[in-house]
Design a protein around this ligand. Structure first.
Ligand code: PLP
Length: 385
């Protein structure tokens, strides 16, 4: 059973689902233009932040009349900012199909104590979006990073004439999947995800309807300064034009600009999506030709092309969690794959990030190693029995 080690290793073993691999052309030298030691309110700082906002708009095809802000605390900060500012005006449909969505449910039910209807689906599945009441507000996650599922392309079921707002956590979908901006009222994502940027800053994209809600509705709970988007019933417009609420890291801004430039160089959203699909396809072929591994998401239509979640199905495996952990450890020890153990709350297995910053040849090089680690672990389990 001692399968020899494959001859080739991935040049980059970084397959973490966040922070994700940096763009292949990245080097610290590429950040040399960061205005370090300067005020973010100086012209140069503001110009950089504005460029980050507008290049995001350009690559993602966000309409000119949508507002985009860089906000504190990464995707979590951005999504909670949306929840705390927008919700409470009407009942809310809370939709969760994995760990992060479940976190937003906790926010809505236990913290904000909203009139909430909770819709959940188990790991590997999603809630049928056609069953939701879009006259209420709806909070959902486009791509479940911890379960490897996504809203099916063209299958979101969000009507254009909805009365409620849609709040979408799109952190592992933005820059990898098409997002229907006309159906999304508050959309959030972080830099550390698909573009491999640095953590700590989040993006908040608001539709005109979300802005109308902000102007017409004041939530009954206190809002800390870090969440405040309005003053005296008017939008604080500077936030959407480069004047962040508090001090951002100009090094992280420069890093995001670097990633955006690289994204443009590979064809923007279409290029990035194609790279993710190519990476996913390598794993799909591997799964199709090996009977001991499968996707957590059975249904192809909802299978993520960024956070690809796998489970071991071999009946010889005695302890699924210990087995998956041991396989991930072997791969890490060999330096061929870092951080690919399933998320702590998810079913045992592996999660291989396939977003655009990952090179397809590295995913290809990893596959024989999966085979090797699986075989080695089955042998180890047998020897220990
Ligand atoms: C779907 C989803 N939502 C929220 C988060 C939290 O993101 P952050 O740590 O950038 O705030 C993550 C992180 O992995 C995520 O995958």
């Amino acid at each position: 059973m001692d399968k020899t080690k494959p001859a080739t290793r991935p040049a980059n073993p970084r397959f973490s689902s966040g922070p994700c691999a940096k763009p292949p052309t990245f080097s610290l030298q590429g950040l040399a233009d960061a205005p370090l030691g300067r005020s973010h309110r100086a012209d140069i700082g503001k110009a950089k932040i504005k460029a980050a906002i507008e290049t995001t708009r350009e690559i993602l095809g966000i309409p000119a009349y949508y507002r985009i802000a860089i906000v504190p605390a990464s995707d979590t900060g951005a999504f909670e900012m949306a929840m705390w500012n927008l919700l409470g005006e009407r009942p809310v449909e809370m939709v969760a199909w994995e760990s992060f969505g479940a976190g937003w449910v906790t926010d809505a039910v236990k913290q904000l104590k909203l009139d909430a209807t909770v819709h959940t689906a188990g790991y590997g599945q999603i809630v049928d979006m056609t069953t939701l009441d879009y006259d209420k507000d709806v909070c959902f996650t486009w791509n479940g990073t911890t379960s490897g599922v996504r809203v099916p392309a063209g299958g979101h079921a969000i009507p254009s004439d909805r009365a409620g707002l849609t709040l979408c956590d799109a952190t592992s979908a933005a820059f990898a999947m098409d997002l229907p901006w006309d159906r999304l009222d508050a959309t959030t994502f972080s830099w550390q995800k698909v573009l491999g940027g640095e953590a700590a800053h989040g993006m908040l994209v608001l539709s005109p309807r979300a802005v109308a809600r902000l102007k017409s509705y004041t939530p009954p709970w206190p809002l800390p300064k870090i969440f405040r988007l309005t003053k005296d019933g008017e939008m604080i417009e500077g936030i959407f034009a480069g004047e962040t609420i508090n001090t951002p890291s100009m090094l992280a801004v420069e890093d995001y600009l670097f990633a955006l430039d690289w994204a443009k160089s590979v064809g923007g959203l279409q290029g990035l999506s194609a790279r993710a699909r190519a990476n996913y396809s390598v794993i799909e072929s591997f799964v199709a030709s090996h009977d001991w591994i499968d996707f957590l998401a059975k249904d192809l239509a909802i299978r993520s092309t960024t956070s690809v979640c796998l489970k071991f199905t071999d009946p010889r495996i005695a302890d699924g969690a210990a087995f998956a952990k041991a396989v991930a450890k072997r791969l890490e020890t060999e330096g061929v794959a870092y951080d690919i153990g399933a998320y702590r709350d998810a079913p045992p297995g592996l999660r291989i990030w396939c977003g655009g910053t990952v090179e397809t040849r590295d995913v290809s090089a990893l596959m024989p190693w999966l085979d090797w680690a699986f075989t080695a672990e089955i042998a180890a389990q047998k020897a220990a029995a």
